[in-house]
Design a protein around this ligand. Structure first.
Ligand code: PSV
Ligand code: MN
Length: 427
């Protein structure tokens, strides 16, 4: 299914007048505070977030899945789904693939299909947390950190293969997440496991094309419950440094123990020029993979506050960041869920751009704690939705993507085309 430009235009028409009024009001407010709405809008229009191929079906639980119907049954259909999101929002211009869930049969035609939706391929992800039918050795006791060399080599070879697929598709980065760890005290020699991981990552790094990046994701627990080899940002940072200048830490918002100060991690990594990118999601307890911003929108804003500061004060030469969603669950229509996540990410970004940074630094210098908090909350409590709508209008997207999605009955059309029981690959 493809959404035509005319459909979007016709949908927007009756909404234009009230949007114009709301936007004009916000524009005056922001310009009085010294912001250039045009420059904020340009940044918003350029801001693209990659959609993970594994979030297009119902998932996110190990206790059974309830299909939403019309789930994409193959890679082409996944690309079509991301194409729908991009047509509605013009802000989801990339797809992130997981190998071997998404092996392209014919890379040239897969690439062409993506191009026809104006999509590029973001990071490719390797998978050594599951055994595949065809593989010789098992990852039950680890992959890149495995105590025995042949298993490690198999996992290294898999990552090299993922890079090859990525090259064919025009991707320029690989994300490595390891489930390696232990569930029982005594099971693992921590130090050897780390040493093996470092060596394995270094071997993969040697196969990284010159213009590629490697992102190393961390996670404190799950599927292992006693120790995880790459458990936190510090371990990832250490490994990225051991690999070289093209290796970076990737922050998945769900991969922290409760109440971790993620914004501080972001500031530290950017200061070191080693922040690679994000997997956005939200959580209450653990790696819940819930819709971005549904539980802790203020935390998301505080993270973006550090990101915007880091991007504006980039003395360490931190490269452009990879923005990706990594959320999926069992209850909502996955496409509606992703529309909500996209909106939450952009809201936080827009709010962070309107923080009065000069005044904030002044308050900090003066140790005016009250005012520092006021300045942040002034931005956070501003309704910036008209900015997001204006950015969409200017880039040819729907003023209200979710409303148009429902109006077009997209899910029903997908069910009609693909059937009610298709199940997309993923967890
Ligand atoms: C692991 O929990 C993770 O966050 C990694 O990014 C994986 O690639 C993804 O989820 C798999 O669902
Ligand atoms: Mn992730």
């Amino acid at each position: 299914m493809r959404i035509q430009q005319e459909t979007i235009h016709d949908f927007n028409d009756p909404l234009r007048r009230s949007h114009a009024e709301a936007f004009a009001y916000l524009k005056i407010q922001l310009e009085d505070q010294g912001h250039s709405t045009d420059s904020i809008l340009t940044k918003l229009m350029n801001f693209q977030v990659a959609i993970p191929s594994w979030a297009l079906g119902a998932g996110g639980t190990r206790f059974g899945r309830f299909s939403t119907g019309g789930e994409p049954g193959n890679l082409d259909q996944k690309i079509e789904d991301v194409g729908l999101l991009h047509a509605l929002t013009r802000s989801a211009g990339a797809i992130s693939l997981h190998i071997p869930w998404d092996i392209p049969e014919d890379s040239a035609s897969t690439r062409q299909l993506a191009e026809s939706f104006d999509l590029v391929f973001d990071a490719v992800n390797s998978n050594t947390f599951q055994d595949q039918h065809s593989q010789a050795l098992s990852y039950k006791f680890g992959s890149l950190a495995h105590s025995s060399q042949p298993e490690r080599q198999q996992a290294i070879d898999h990552n090299i293969e993922v890079i090859r697929y990525g090259k064919e598709l025009g991707s320029q980065s690989i994300t490595v997440w390891l489930a390696d760890g232990s569930s029982f005290p005594g099971q693992l020699n921590f130090r050897k496991a780390l040493e093996h991981t470092r060596e394995s990552l270094q071997s993969i790094y040697q196969h990284l094309p010159g213009d590629w990046k490697m992102y190393i994701e961390y996670k404190p627990y799950e599927p292992n419950f006693y120790s995880t080899v790459i458990q936190d940002w510090g371990t990832s940072f250490l490994l990225a440094n051991a690999c070289g200048p093209k290796a970076f830490t990737l922050v998945d918002l769900g991969h922290h123990l409760p109440n971790t100060n993620i914004e501080q991690i972001v500031a530290t990594l950017m200061w070191q020029g080693k922040l690679g990118g994000f997997h956005f999601n939200d959580s209450k307890y653990g790696d819940d993979d819930l819709t971005v911003g549904c539980i802790k929108p203020y935390q998301l804003f505080l993270i973006f506050n550090e990101l915007v500061y880091g991007m504006e004060n980039n003395r360490s030469g931190n490269p452009d960041l990879a923005w990706m969603i990594d959320a999926s669950h069992n209850l909502k229509d996955p496409l509606e869920d992703l529309l909500q996540s996209l909106e939450a990410i952009r809201l936080a970004f827009a709010q962070a751009m309107i923080v009065d940074r000069k005044a904030l630094e002044g308050a900090r210098q003066a140790n005016d704690v009250t005012m520092a908090q006021e300045i942040l909350q002034q931005a956070y409590r501003t309704d910036v939705r008209p900015l997001l709508r204006e950015a969409r209008l200017r880039s040819g997207a729907a003023l209200d993507p979710l409303q148009l999605y429902r109006k077009l009955n997209v899910r029903q059309q997908l069910i009609n085309d693909r059937g009610a029981t298709t199940v997309a690959t993923g967890l």
